[in-house]
Ligand binder design. Structure first.
Ligand code: ADP
Length: 503
């Protein structure tokens, strides 16, 4: 099968979060199963490609005021996957991918509309796929364009679209005049397509026009259908309307990157059979954060995160004084919204011996935390999948998580009697419940034999991509007989022609 991935970030070329890990790994897993996979990415300032060759020097992208001309570069092949880069320095040669700590770039609609159109135009020369697999609002215009401006294009007559929601909290919402600016037709501005409270919503458009929709865990596919604005961000009705074409497929882990046995970034490699190296990593981690190794016996709680409201750190703020009195040390790495960066700086200032904080994006340090910590904390308000809890399991670093989305799907609560389970979970979103769960984990840590079993239970879990890649293939295969069914339904509604039925 020929598959094109359209996404705004991908390891090792660009990353702000888990999306990049997924787009870096899933295409490789699909290629390993014998499929022909290409990935189209924007070429950002942070994207480093050796000897990139220009394949298509001039792709015309219409805007209402002027045409813009971007090019497509050959990013070469890696692990059987072909990479292409949309090069338009005026839009992408910037410090951030989507904005700065002060906020989003004001021209994000134009930036990612140009990107999406360039993917379609590029494919016409470089190869039209059987399936476009698009991710998040930045590539949401690919299915929208295929169902509107490109609906008559014979090149894509047999191309289906799959759209993966990595996070419902980011929808790409812009003012209505974005439509004419991007040369998109006004008939997209209806409640069943892109209109959303008087504005244009890119993600909503993808939900309307894609042939199949996936989420990155099973639980999240259920949560976003609930009329709870904290989970569905107002699109629960739209998602429920597409529930027959909605699939929850858990993200996998790229164990070539995230395994204590081979990790290049950690002080000493280790394995379930030889756990000694983990102690070396713990010592190294404390040193990295400038903490006295005199406190070596205390459990270290790791945090690696984008610092945003979703991640639940206001719960830590509620209980910070109590936490500081407990026998533990927190090592936190993160960056993001100013408000949360300040919050962590404050924790560190108040309790320097207890809260070691680094405000940065630092991949090497992220690996050191996974390896050196005893526990890993994710108290998220919502979590579409979450990767760090799965990385933590492999590193014998016991997750303490809120039971939401992928965190709930991947962590089994520890039962000290049966010695079953892989971590600690709580449901109610409150500081008191978080504190009680941390106390439970500390109790568990005191029982050395029990804790070793708990670590080994987690280390034996296998979340590799192979199983998830096979599930995606099943979704792609399902679409074959009813290619662009959803697009045709919407087109039929406009023309009063008989409707196709989604199978
Ligand atoms: P999200 O996509 O919501 O940010 P995920 O858990 O799915 O959350 O993925 C986060 C990914 O980003 C992980 O690979 C994690 O290690 C990485 N990450 C997040 N913040 C940082 C940081 N400050 N430094 C290094 N890596 C980070």
């Amino acid at each position: 099968m020929n598959i094109v991935f359209a996404a705004s970030e991908c390891v090792p070329f660009s990353k702000t979060g888990g999306l990049a890990d997924v787009v870096g790994a899933l295409p490789k897993a699909l290629a390993a199963l014998g499929h022909n996979v290409s990935v189209y990415l924007p070429k950002y300032k942070q994207t480093k490609i050796a000897d990139a060759r220009t394949l298509l020097p001039s792709i015309t992208i219409p805007f209402d005021d002027q045409y813009r001309f971007c090019s497509i570069l050959d990013g070469g092949r890696q692990s059987g996957v072909q990479f292409y880069f949309i090069d338009y320095p005026q839009f992408f040669d910037r410090e951030g991918l989507y904005g700065t700590p002060a906020g989003d770039y004001p021209d994000n609609a134009e930036r990612f509309a140009l990107y999406s159109r360039a993917v379609l135009e590029g494919c016409k020369t470089l190869g039209v796929p059987d399936v476009f697999h698009c991710h998040d609002w930045q590539s949401a215009l690919v299915p929208v364009l295929l169902g509107s401006n490109y609906v008559e294009d014979p090149a894509f007559r047999n191309t289906a679209t799959v759209f993966t929601i990595h996070n419902m909290g980011y929808q790409g919402i812009f003012p209505p005049d974005t439509l004419p600016l991007l040369m998109l037709p006004w008939d997209l501005f209806t409640i069943d397509k892109m209109e959303f409270w008087g504005r244009v919503n890119f993600l909503k458009g993808a939900l309307a026009f894609s042939d199949a929709i996936t989420t990155v865990s099973r639980k999240y596919s259920q949560e976003i259908q609930m009329p709870d604005p904290e989970l569905s961000f107002g699109l629960d009705g739209v998602v429920r309307g597409r529930s027959e074409s909605l699939f929850g497929i858990l993200n996998g882990v790229d164990y070539a990157e995230w395994s204590p046995e081979t990790d290049k970034f950690i002080a000493r490699n280790y394995s379930p059979e030889h756990l000694e190296g983990k102690q070396v990593c713990k010592r190294d981690l404390l040193q990295q954060f400038g903490i006295s190794t005199g406190n070596f016996e205390l459990p270290v709680v790791g945090i690696i995160s984008r610092f945003v409201a979703q991640k639940g750190f206001d719960l830590i703020a509620e209980i910070v004084s109590e936490l500081a009195r407990l026998p533990l040390i927190v090592t936190a790495l993160g960056s993001g919204d100013r408000e949360y960066e300040e919050l962590f700086r404050k924790f560190n200032k108040q309790f320097p011996e207890k809260f070691a904080v680094k405000i940065a994006y630092d991949n090497a340090l992220a690996h050191k935390i996974e390896a050196g910590a005893d526990m890993f904390l994710m108290p998220s308000r919502y979590e579409p999948c979450g990767l760090n809890q799965m990385y933590s399991l492999k590193y014998g670093t016991v997750p303490v998580v809120r039971a939401t989305g992928g965190l709930d799907d991947t962590i089994e609560p520890w039962d000290p009697t049966t010695k079953q389970g892989t971590g600690f979970k709580f449901t109610s979103y409150s500081g008191a419940t978080l504190l009680a769960t941390i106390l439970e984990a500390l109790q568990g840590f005191k029982d050395k034999a029990g804790w070793s079993k708990l670590m080994l239970n987690g280390m034996s879990k296998d979340f590799s991509w192979n199983a998830s890649a096979r599930e995606y293939l099943r979704v792609y295969e399902r679409l074959k007989p009813s290619r662009h069914s959803q697009r045709d339904i919407l087109a039929a509604e406009d023309t009063e022609e008989p409707k196709l039925v989604i199978r």
